[in-house]
Ligand binder design. Sequence first.
Ligand SMILES: Cc1cc2nc3c(=O)[nH]c(=O)nc-3n(C[C@H](O)[C@H](O)[C@H](O)COP(=O)(O)O)c2cc1C
Length: 345
Amino acid sequence: MAPRSGTSAVPCHYSHGRGNVIRYEYFQVRRATMKITNRITDLLGIDYPIVQAPMGWIARSALASAVSNAGGLGIIETSSGELDAVKAEIVKMRELTTNAFGVNIAQAFVRDPNIVEFVVDQGVKFVTTSAGDPTKYTGALKAAGLTVFHVVPTLAAALKAVDAGVDGLVVEGGEGGGFKNPRDVATMVLLPLVCSKVDVPVIAAGGITDGATMAAAFALGAEGVQMGTRMVAASESPVHENWKNAIIGAAETDTVFLNRFSRPALRALRTERTTRLEHDDNVSLGEFGRVTDLYFGGDLEASIALGGQVMGRIESVESVADILKTTMREFHATLAQLQRHYGTH
Ligand SMILES: Cc1cc2nc3c(=O)[nH]c(=O)nc-3n(C[C@H](O)[C@H](O)[C@H](O)COP(=O)(O)O)c2cc1C
């Protein structure tokens, strides 16, 4: 079976007149075991080091259980602030999967001062903290026996998180979707920089959508990858099809970076609303307007559809199982091709 066009990510120079070679190698790697053993799979208890990004309202049980059941790690969000709903989603997770899953605490959006107790009470073993100071919750979460990864957008933040005692990092490049450091640094620069300075395991985020980007992240030092925008467009994602279709139709230039000189900076799909906001000095959270009208009603102008530049590479809605399977096949195929063409003999 040849990789699908569009979502295929074998390096472009292999696609010229080498179709048979690719098909042959692809067939070969299909037969090989696709599981990976490294610090991320060991720590998280998963087969494939692919993590679904936490995303307000989206990272709930339908999507997260599909990821965990497919061999990756599903993560449940708390950034919506709807903790009763989140609690119910975690109960559902246990009905939908027996595999590992995690929870995210997006610190900037925490309204409940007892968020650590809330997460600990849910009995999850893995948590990512993001959008805030890693010294705030790491100690308490670790003391309760959880594995803690902190999301970082700079080297300084990475070193601070390591000092705070985290078990690992999610290193997130500025091309990714969602809330960002206003001084954004691309994954290609940030990831190898951080990996060269820390010893903890790293999950790469920002621009990851397939096996080649996963292989690139591993070449730069990561041991796992996190997908956000790709998961928004997955079949099991609960968002309205208008949003998924907008991702599929988007070019790589169709995101806007808002609040470059103030906070919170964020990357989102270009729409009339976000184009209007692009030159505002200080876009307030009030501009998120009617979030659920966008997420579930499909009105793209009702709110801000967070998303990363990688939307320019997403060409179809696929099931989570297909996304993970294809990614792992392409990952192994990419490594095999690189070894064959550039490895020392
Ligand atoms: C719709 C959306 C919502 C997000 N919400 C959160 C969140 O609640 N917490 C968080 O840590 N990151 C959040 N992010 C960032 C993702 O976790 C992830 O790191 C990012 O999307 C990776 O880049 P990618 O979009 O290129 O895959 C969000 C991203 C998107 C696209």
